[in-house]
Design a protein around this ligand. Structure first.
Ligand SMILES: [Zn+2]
Length: 599
């Protein structure tokens, strides 16, 4: 089973509910207590901590997460335990995930070894002394360093490499894991992290997948922070630092905090504020926003209040709005960052700042007001331009309505004018099916939202899926897909070869030439993880088959939410006509309905 599936099950499972099927639990502060169903005791020695997702029996000593509970109580193996919990949590498990071995076992082994080795260097009396001193200077006790698995990479070009090779870990694996780097000037691969404090970055199953490193040398010619490069198990844009430790607290408190870096995140965690994550040295990506909103809608952004910090704040806020979150902007006292504030004035002071947080639209309005934009007609015009990306980014209809009203009221621009601007510039800024954030905000959000595949991406994904699994080609053929539907000539040629009923029997290379052959070679070498292939297949097929019309339906729905009566009538007529056309073309009713709402 893939990690994402297992994680989805774990995060949706209600541990208290599942344990309650086997024992009688009573709430006791933040935890639940009852007789232990594992050893069959009678006293309330069995404790369940829903925030952390773990249980513990103080008599028999058993403990673990929801899966280990089910394994122990029902005597199931791990996959069966996941299925058992999945059923209760209402998470479907795609069939192809049922039996699959971890193709990245060697890579994970190397990363786990490195994490342990970095840790051992930090506690080593000699090698780690400077690093320990630095951490103490920043206010981190040795216990904190141990809890969060901090480590130290010595000032040495081959210490890790040699230790790993000695352990039998092969060089290509170390390179793939990003632990070693190569350079034209160096004969051999060398340690990527040197003289740095190491922050292990764990996945949601607490396994190290990458590392962040903070320079200790103080040299001008090296970056202060570096991260592992992306690898088959690590993607910077899709990972949040400490999410594995904070997600239960985020869910329990119904809000999460986003800070800028490792140090801020660690400092808050160790001060007992556990609902904190940090992106990995970049602006919050749409993907990271999507991960966060699974645990809570209200997300506080604690960035610097300088211009760069504000830009990062608004970018993060737009990414969050686009996934239906409610971003709140926290303003810290002048010159403070979350780390310094908590150290100097304690966690209580930070909580006060959270209480004073305002939503992102309000923060923009405050700034525009303070800079005098709302005082003149020309200023208001520019204020509207500054507000539009935020208005357009809002996914939640109720929130969008509220924002539009408030923006209209404060800028003195008529509501209808604002709506018109939103829909108009939103459409212009969109690609074949880009998200509605357009213009500057759109380009600032570096990666497109996962659901926003354009026509070309859809074509590429389809061909990629056909290559990886010919049954997809057969299914697409059965749905009526013909190569002629592909716009990109290279994909058209490839699809032509693969949609041919005889395709599996013939070598692809024999049927292709030129650009198409080269594209095939590239795609064959492409190891991009498509996430949920079934979903990608459905979406891409739909896009290629009926793209523009389904997309227009989707657009109409968005416009309808904000349209005035006259405009709404026209939109409804257009919608009916499109839906009829699609039904005549025998587009599955469920597709039409999904985009057009229930007719
Ligand atoms: Zn027990």
């Amino acid at each position: 089973m893939r990690d994402e599936v297992i994680e989805e099950v774990r995060s949706r499972a209600d541990l208290v509910e599942i344990c309650s099927e086997h024992t009688n639990l009573k709430r006791s502060g933040k935890t639940y207590r009852g007789p232990c169903p594992l050893h069959g005791g009678e006293g309330p020695n069995f404790s369940v901590d829903p925030a952390r997702g773990i249980f513990k029996c103080f008599v028999c000593g058993e403990g673990g997460d929801v899966f280990s509970f089910v394994m122990k109580r029902l005597g199931l193996d791990f996959p069966s335990a996941v299925r058992h919990v999945a059923e209760r949590a209402g998470v479907p498990i795609p069939e192809e995930d049922e039996h699959r071995e971890d193709p990245h076992a060697a890579l994970r082994g190397a990363l786990a070894f490195a994490a342990e080795w970095f840790r051992s260097r930090l506690v080593d009396p000699e090698s780690g002394s400077r690093a320990r001193e630095y951490l103490r200077g920043r206010g981190f006790e040795p216990e904190t360093a141990a809890t969060y698995g901090l480590g130290y990479a010595p000032d040495d070009w081959r210490a890790l490499r040699e230790a790993a090779l000695e352990r039998g870990i092969e060089e290509p694996v170390l390179l793939e894991a990003g632990l070693l780097a190569t350079s034209e000037r160096a004969e051999e691969p060398y340690d990527r992290f040197r003289d740095r404090i190491i922050f292990p970055i764990d996945d949601l199953r607490d396994r190290p997948i990458g590392f962040g490193g903070r320079d200790l040398s103080g040299r001008d010619d090296v970056p202060k922070y570096i991260n592992s490069p992306d690898s088959p198990v690590f993607s910077k844009g899709r990972t949040l630092y400490l999410l594995n430790r904070s997600r239960h607290a985020i869910r329990r408190q119904e809000n999460g905090l986003v800070v800028e870096g490792y140090m801020d995140a660690l400092s808050l965690h160790s001060a007992g504020i556990e609902n904190v994550v940090a992106p990995l040295g970049t602006a919050l990506t749409p993907d990271q926003a999507g991960k966060l909103v699974r645990y809570a809608r209200k997300i506080y952004l604690l960035y610097d209040s300088d211009r760069a910090g504000l830009r990062a704040t608004f970018r993060a806020a737009d990414a969050l709005l686009a996934v239906g979150a409610e971003p709140m902007v926290v303003t810290l006292p002048e010159g403070e960052d979350p780390d310094s504030l908590v150290r100097r004035e304690g966690p209580g002071r930070l909580r006060e700042c959270l209480e004073d947080a305002v939503d992102v639209l309000e923060r923009k309005l405050q700034i525009l007001e303070r800079r005098g934009y709302l005082e003149t007609i020309d200023g208001r015009r520019r204020a509207v331009d500054a507000l539009l990306p935020t208005l357009r980014a809002v996914e939640d209809p109720a929130l969008r309505d509220l924002y539009v009203s408030r923006a209209a009221e404060r800028t003195g621009v008529r509501r209808e004018t604002l709506v018109h601007e939103m829909v108009r510039s939103g459409r212009e800024g969109r690609g074949p099916s880009g998200p509605r954030t357009a213009g500057p905000a759109r380009s600032a959000l570096a990666a497109p939202a996962p659901a926003a595949d354009g026509e070309r991406v859809a074509e590429r994904h389809l061909v990629l899926l056909f290559l990886r699994d010919p049954t997809y080609a057969a299914r697409a053929r059965a749905e009526g897909l013909e190569a002629g539907r592909f716009r990109d000539p290279r994909f058209r040629a490839l699809a032509g070869a693969m949609l041919d009923p005889q395709a599996p029997d013939r070598e692809l290379a024999e049927q292709l030439e030129g650009d198409a052959l080269q594209a095939a070679r590239e795609l064959e070498a492409d190891t991009t993880d498509l996430g949920q292939p079934e979903e990608v297949f459905e979406r891409s097929l739909r896009r290629v088959l009926y793209g523009s019309r389904l997309q227009r339906l989707e657009e109409i729905d968005r416009e309808l939410e904000l349209a005035e009566a006259d405009q709404a009538r026209a939109l409804l007529l257009e919608k009916e006509k499109l839906a009829r056309e699609l039904r005549d073309a025998r587009v599955p009713v469920s597709w039409v309905r999904r985009f057009a709402g229930t007719p």
